[in-house]
Design a protein around this ligand. Structure first.
Ligand SMILES: Cc1cc2nc3c(=O)[nH]c(=O)nc-3n(C[C@H](O)[C@H](O)[C@H](O)COP(=O)(O)OP(=O)(O)OC[C@H]3O[C@@H](n4cnc5c(N)ncnc54)[C@H](O)[C@@H]3O)c2cc1C
Length: 137
């Protein structure tokens, strides 16, 4: 039987659930933070606007050995797609910054600079993939 008394988390959600969709979206962040401290995610889902929820498939990359450096390289999700755990976009930006540094600071050939980028990126990129898998399980 369902209890008629609502939990503290549910009351918290209602308090932070303004009537308009725009205001609800603005309050969403604050509400989510308070609820996560209460760990009542079921209440968060129950009170969410169903139209704002949709399914999506999560994919994760498998570690690759380094390939022969050529005129095309990879960065971001194109090489190390991971389950979103708050660091995928940051890792893509880290790739871009690293590749830029390796190219602009190079003393040897362009190919060597790209090779240096690729070996470094594969290391931390797949370490992040591994970390995101651990955090999802
Ligand atoms: C549901 C979801 C939630 C996420 N949440 C987070 C999060 O909270 N924090 C976080 O850090 N990351 C999150 N991510 C992951 C994050 O979005 C990606 O890691 C990040 O966008 C990767 O950037 P990218 O530049 O490598 O790829 P993308 O952002 O995918 O950019 C690739 C671009 O290339 C374009 N493109 C593709 N093919 C072609 C083509 N043939 N010609 C021209 N253009 C093309 C695409 O349209 C796209 O604009 C989330 C991802 C998903 C799906």
């Amino acid at each position: 039987m369902r209890s008629t008394r609502s939990s503290a988390a549910e009351q918290q959600v209602r308090r932070h659930r303004p009537s308009s969709a725009r205001a609800r979206a603005a309050a969403g962040c604050r509400c989510q933070i308070e609820l996560t401290t209460d760990l009542n995610l079921a209440a968060l889902v129950r009170h969410a606007d169903p139209e704002s929820v949709h399914n999506t498939t999560m994919r994760t990359a498998k570690p690759l050995p380094h390939w022969e450096t050529g005129p095309v390289t990879l960065m971001g999700d194109a090489i190390h797609t991971m389950i979103p755990a708050g660091s995928s976009a940051g890792t893509a930006l880290r790739d871009a910054a690293l590749l830029c540094r390796r190219i602009t600071a190079r003393t040897g050939s362009l190919r060597d600079a790209v090779h240096a980028y690729e070996t470094e990126m594969l290391d931390y990129g797949f370490a992040m993939v591994e970390r995101s898998l651990r955090s999802a399980s």
